[in-house]
Structure formats: structure tokens, C-alpha cells
Design a protein around this ligand. Structure first.
Ligand code: FAD
Length: 343
């Protein structure tokens, strides 16, 4: 047989040629993995043609990035950089990492823009209502307790100057829960950019960043949940190639007492958990940190103010609010192009 006449060396060369063809083929490899971070889960899906990219190595690097964000910004870790700042009962400036500086600066910008609806100093109130690292209170806090705690809050009493963080009241406590998850997603995206990965989706606890679409020019398709705690169902499917989507809602993280529902989102203007008909806010933006922060801020505002704010700022948002007949949606003009026609 012809086959037998071919020398071993030729077979080897032929196999090499085949391997070369395979590695040069146009079909990218899909790599997908998940893990745990920030009291929740994360997942990464990416496509690559580079044979040097391997899942184990990329996951190891992603975990290092996320551990770093945790070590800087977690209020659940008493040794984190942020916890140390919170424990430092002084108005003396504290030198902080560039990463913490970046997140606090952006949070203060959005606080100013939203007239304090987003306020990263509400931590003592979050804890008082039992949604932080501390245990839930036995009963609703008294007006006096609320008043005492509110004196320690107010983003206007927090400043970043020359890479230093300064609080005007030594008992202030900074809580980045609403923005640092989004920042963590952006950091992982940055890592994948550095690894020259051009198509990816990164997600932490539902906050998502995508880049480059999927192979064959397809967009990433994402589901926005129905705002109900009894089941996991899809409200809308959105699709895009590049960008970030974050959703805030009060339908999962809440407790009920004496027939009243207490949300984990605090209205800094009253010190109370929000009490209105807006139940879910999704925001699409260039970066996940901003999308995450705006989603919480708009949820605090309530339906009418959130609509007006989205129109004024031309934000891409989808609001879901309760009516007597069920749920209604408000979809801003900038969000409409993201809606998928096939759901
Ligand atoms: P979002 O809407 O994104 O944020 C809501 C949270 O923001 C509230 O729970 C409250 O903390 C705060 N908030 C409420 N009102 C306001 C307001 N008006 N302005 C600003 N902020 C407000 N959880 C754990 O159980 N264990 C952990 O080890 C843990 N580690 C974490 C580490 C990091 C770095 C971060 C960022 C979070 C961590 N969490 C941990 C918290 C957990 O994942 C949170 O539930 C989450 O960050 C809140 O996100 P969300 O999407 O539920 O709500």
C-alpha cells in the first residue's frame, strides 16, 4: 500500500502540517470558567485563537485580580484597605491605593450628579437596617437611633485629595457594595485586554461587561430577570457586542416584618429603606462601575425621578415598576436598540 512506503519522518511532517492547519484555522476556541468572589459568583466566557491561552492560567490571573479588589474594597473583610480606613476614627488624611481612589472619586461624582441618591457613606444605615456585615436588628430602629446614625453619613463629608481619603466625621464608614462589584468586572476586562483577548464576557453577581461580540459577528445575548423573588424568569433579552449592563432590584435582598417589606437599598434623604413602586433598574454604559452605581441611584430615586434623570442624561435604562395590574416597563430611547427582537 502506498501508505507503507511513506517514511516515519514524512508522517511526522504531515502531522505537523495538520497541526499547523488546525492552529491557524479560523475557528476560535471557547474558554469558559466560573468561581466565587465578593460573597457571590463570577463567570468568564471568552473566545481566542491564540494557542498560548489556557483556561487554568487565565483563571489564576482573574482570581488574583479579584482578590486584590476584595483586599482593597470589601467591608466584609476587617483587614481590607477600606475597612482599615473605616476603623481609623480620625479626620486625618489617609493615603490610599490608586484603585480605591478611582472608585471613591467616581462614586462621589455620581453622588453629586444624582443629588445624593447614591451615597457611599450610607454604610452605618445599611448596617443598622441589617443588610451589611452585621446581624439584622430585632426590631425597626427608633427615630433617635436613626438620627444618631445619620449624623455619621453624607458624601459631602468625604473627600479625595492628593491620593488621600479624608472624612470630616471620624465615625464615618464607607460602603462600596454598590459600585465595587462593577469595578471588579472592569478590572477583569482590563486583564483580558492586556492578554490580547478580543472577545469576552465577564460577569460578577449579574453585573456584566462584554467586548468584541461572539464569533461570526454575533452579539452577546443577556436576560434581564423578572422582578419576582419566587422564580427565575426572563423579563427581556438584550443584546450588544461591547459594553456593560448592571441591574439593581429590591426583589431579592429584603426582609418582611409585620407585613412590611424592607429593601437593602437605603434612601439617604430619609435614612429608611426605599418604599416605592420601582422594583428593578437596568443600566447599559461603557463601564460596569458606572452602570452599577447608576442602577442603584435610579432605584433610590423612584420611577418618576429616574425617568427624568435618564432623559436628561441620555442614559440607556430599563425601569420595571409595579402597578395595580402587574409590572410596567419604561425603556429609554438610548436603551431601545439593545432589545432583542427574538425573545
Ligand atoms: P446593588 O444595588 O449593587 O448595591 C446595593 C448595596 O449598596 C446595598 O446592599 C448596600 O450595601 C448599599 N447601598 C444601599 N443603599 C445605597 C445608596 N443609596 N447608595 C449607595 N449604596 C447603597 N457579601 C457577603 O455576604 N460576603 C462577602 O464576603 C462579601 N464581600 C464583598 C466584597 C466586595 C468587594 C463587595 C463589593 C461586596 C461584597 N459583598 C459580600 C456584598 C455582596 O456581594 C452585596 O450583596 C453586593 O455588593 C450588593 O450588590 P447588589 O447587586 O445586591 O446590589
Amino acid at each position: 500500500m502506498m501508505f507503507l512506503k511513506v517514511s516515519n519522518a514524512k508522517i511526522w511532517l504531515a502531522l505537523m502540517g495538520l497541526a499547523f492547519l488546525v492552529s491557524c484555522s479560523d475557528a476560535p476556541e471557547k474558554i469558559a470558567f466560573s468561581g466565587e468572589t465578593m460573597g457571590t459568583t463570577y463567570s468568564v466566557t471568552l473566545y481566542t485563537k491564540d494557542p498560548r491561552h489556557n483556561q487554568e492560567e487565565i483563571k489564576r490571573k482573574v482570581d488574583i485580580v479579584l482578590e486584590r479588589v476584595n483586599a482593597q474594597m470589601s467591608t466584609y473583610d476587617p483587614n481590607s484597605e477600606l475597612s482599615q480606613f473605616n476603623q481609623f476614627e480620625s479626620t486625618e488624611p489617609v493615603v490610599i491605593s490608586r484603585e480605591l481612589e478611582r472608585v471613591v472619586t467616581r462614586a462621589i461624582e455620581i453622588a453629586e450628579q444624582t443629588e445624593g441618591a447614591l451615597d457611599i457613606t450610607v454604610g452605618p444605615l445599611v448596617n443598622l437596617w441589617g443588610f451589611g456585615p452585621q446581624a439584622r436588628p430585632e426590631e425597626e430602629p427608633s427615630d433617635k437611633e436613626l438620627q444618631t446614625v445619620r449624623e455619621k453619613t453624607g458624601y459631602q463629608k468625604l473627600r479625595v485629595e492628593n491620593h488621600q481619603l479624608i472624612k470630616d466625621n471620624p465615625e464615618m464608614y464607607v460602603d462600596l457594595s454598590t459600585i465595587a462589584k462593577g469595578y471588579g468586572v472592569d478590572r477583569v476586562g482590563h486583564l483580558l485586554d492586556q492578554l490580547r483577548i478580543k472577545q469576552y464576557l465577564v460577569e460578577i453577581g449579574g453585573e456584566v461587561l462584554t467586548k468584541g461580540g461572539k464569533p461570526d459577528e454575533a452579539s452577546w445575548r443577556l436576560a434581564v430577570e423578572k422582578p419576582v423573588s419566587t422564580e427565575r424568569a426572563v423579563q427581556r433579552v438584550v443584546q450588544f457586542k461591547d459594553g456593560a449592563l448592571a441591574t439593581s432590584g429590591d426583589y431579592r435582598n429584603y426582609f418582611e416584618e409585620d407585613g412590611r417589606r424592607y429593601s437593602h437599598i437605603i434612601d439617604p434623604a430619609t435614612g429608611y429603606p426605599i418604599q416605592h413602586n420601582l422594583v428593578s433598574v437596568s443600566v447599559y454604559a461603557d463601564d460596569t462601575m458606572s452602570a452599577d452605581a447608576y442602577a442603584t441611584a435610579l432605584l433610590v430615586m423612584g420611577t418618576d425621578k429616574a425617568k427624568a434623570f435618564a432623559r436628561k442624561q441620555n442614559l440607556a435604562v430599563m425601569l420595571i415598576y409595579k402597578t395595580e395590574d402587574g409590572f410596567n416597563e419604561y425603556i429609554s430611547d438610548a436603551f431601545k436598540p439593545l432589545l432583542s427582537e427574538q425573545e
